[in-house]
Design a protein around this ligand. Structure first.
Ligand code: PGA
Length: 233
C-alpha cells in the first residue's frame, strides 16, 4: 500500500529536523512518501521513505516569482507531487486548467502526480458526487493519453472529510472508487480525509483502495506508527 504524509504548512527548521529523526525509526513494507512543506524539501534525508512535493508550478520555467517548477523538483530528486489539493483549489483559486498544466509538466519530468479529487458536503447531500468527480477528472486529465493517465495516483478526498474526523461509509467510498476505476482502470487510488486509527479497520475492507493520504496524522508520530502497522498489506 502507498502511504503519503502531507505535512501541509507545518514544522519549523528545528521541528522538521526532530520529526525526520523520529520518522527514521519507522520500518514498513508499505511505500511511504513524505511531502514536507516546500522549504524542507532540500533537507530530506530519509532512506525509508520517498520524497514528494505538496505543489508545483503550472509553468515550465521563467519569470514567475515565487514558483517552483517540475524541472527544479526533479533536480532535487522529488519523485511525487500532490496536485489539486482542495485547500489549494479553495485558497488559491486553482483551476482544473492549471491542474492539467501541472500534471503535464510533472509527467514530462517523470514525477508521479498524486491528483486530489473529491466532493463538498453540499454536493454529496444533493447527490452530485459522481457527476462532480467524473467532470473534474475529465477536465484535469484533458489531452493526456492513456499511458500518461496511468502514471497518476488518484487521491479520493471528500472535501468535507479533510481535518474534520468525518468520513463517508464503506459503501459511499466503494461507489466513488468504482466510478474512478471505470474511467481509469489501471490507476492506483488512495483515500484521504480523516483517515486514522479508529477508522482504518473499516477502510481496510475496501478492496479498491491502494493506500492513504494523511494530513493531521502525519504529524503525530506515535499514532502514525500505529496506523502504518494497521494498514493491511
Ligand atoms: P487529514 O488531511 O488527514 O488531516 O484529514 C488529509 C489531506 O488534506 O490530505
Amino acid at each position: 500500500m502507498i502511504i503519503v504524509l502531507n505535512n501541509k504548512c507545518h514544522l519549523t527548521k528545528e521541528e522538521f529536523k526532530k520529526y525526520q529523526q523520529e520518522l527514521k525509526e519507522i520500518t514498513s513494507t508499505h511505500k511511504l512518501i513524505l511531502c514536507p512543506s516546500t522549504i524542507h524539501l532540500t533537507n530530506f534525508n530519509l532512506d525509508n521513505m520517498e520524497l514528494g512535493s505538496q505543489n508545483v508550478s503550472q509553468f515550465e520555467q521563467g519569470a514567475h516569482t515565487g514558483e517552483i517548477s517540475s524541472q527544479q523538483l526533479k533536480s532535487y530528486k522529488v519523485q511525487y507531487c500532490i496536485v489539486g489539493h482542495s485547500e489549494r483549489r479553495r485558497e488559491n483559486q486553482e483551476t482544473s486548467k492549471e491542474i492539467n498544466a501541472k500534471l503535464k509538466n510533472l509527467l514530462k519530468n517523470e514525477i508521479t502526480p498524486i491528483l486530489c479529487i473529491g466532493e463538498t458536503l453540499k454536493e454529496r447531500k444533493t447527490k452530485q458526487t459522481k457527476q462532480i468527480i467524473k467532470q473534474d477528472l475529465q477536465k484535469c486529465l484533458q489531452d493526456l493519453n492513456n499511458k500518461e493517465r496511468e502514471r497518476i495516483i488518484i487521491a479520493y478526498e471528500p472535501i468535507w472529510s479533510i481535518g474534520t474526523g468525518k468520513i463517508p461509509t464503506v459503501e459511499e467510498i466503494k461507489e466513488v472508487c468504482t466510478l474512478i476505476k471505470e474511467q481509469l482502470p489501471q490507476n492506483k487510488i488512495i483515500y484521504g480525509g480523516s483517515a486514522n486509527n479508529s477508522n482504518i479497520e473499516m477502510l481496510n475492507k475496501i478492496p479498491q483502495i491502494n493506500g492513504y493520504l494523511l494530513g493531521g496524522l502525519s504529524l503525530k508520530i506515535d499514532k502514525l506508527k500505529e496506523f502504518i502497522q494497521k494498514v493491511k498489506n
